[in-house]
Design a protein around this ligand. Sequence first.
Ligand code: SAH
Length: 240
Amino acid sequence: MSAKIRLYVEHPLGPGQSVPLTRDQAHYLFGVMRLAVGGQVALFNGQDGEWLADVAEAGKRGGVLSCARQTKPLQMPPDLWFLFAPIKKARTDFIVEKAAEMGAARILPVQTEFTNSERIRQDRLQAHAVEAAEQCGGTYVPEVSDLQRLDRVLDAWEDRQLMFCDEAEVGSVLRLAANETGQPWAILIGPEGGFSDRERARLSGLSYAHVVSLGPRILRADTAAVAALTMWQQALGDWS
Ligand code: SAH
């Protein structure tokens, strides 16, 4: 039997390992979820797989869990980065949540020429990625980077294929060509305003870029994110 509640902790997990809880975690488990001593929780930390743990101590401001046995090994997602231009707050939250569920290994918000927001709350977005991993049964949490300029990210690019989702290709039949699996990849989705001509020219000229169309309709950035991740996972990722 596995526990219904899954919790991400920043603590080593192993046989008999005690895991102290933070105030927030204790509040969630004992205050909100009404767990008591003897109750069970599934724990993961992004490194040691998933562990079934028993509540050993339960308090208002803290508590201790004790690892019983491993219930899942660490399951790493494919080496896939997800680059996107942040949009409105709620939709940006959605994109991070979906990218984590869909199996991105790293999430990189990028500032493009037509990106409106100049700031993001990296800590909030990281918390969304943690929640998504807790909810979807993942044993890994993708790191969410701070906002970086797209041109700088490209300047520092190393050995990685790039699926460039270009709205200018709407209606064309450019899809991901068959390629070797197991390679490092990235997906790039633009902002509501799309890519500038300059960005499009640079991106299309990159030897590692694969220009892709997401069908005959212009999708909103959050829809495009899920569609692109689906397309990539189906062709090259861990869906097969
Ligand atoms: N305002 C732009 C659309 C931007 S859509 C326009 O009207 O042209 C936001 C992002 O989603 C785009 O930058 C692109 O990365 C992706 N996208 C949306 N629809 C797409 C499609 N049909 N093909 C490829 N990419 C698409």
